[in-house]
Design a protein around this ligand. Sequence first.
Ligand SMILES: [Zn+2]
Length: 64
Amino acid sequence: MREYPCPQCHKPIRWRSDNEFRPFCSVRCQQIDLGAWAAEAYAIAGDEHDNDVSTGVLDPSAED
Ligand SMILES: [Zn+2]
């Protein structure tokens, strides 16, 4: 059976069709990855928001 590293912890795991956490080794790694993705998406959204504020204050009263 084919082995591959878990994308999250890099532990060698076997590809199983009944592994509901594919491509991760466990639900923990799956959730870590989803959490990292969400945090990254949130950070990007935050950067865009910061850029909007720094390039032109649209509504100064919102900060008060
Ligand atoms: Zn893992």
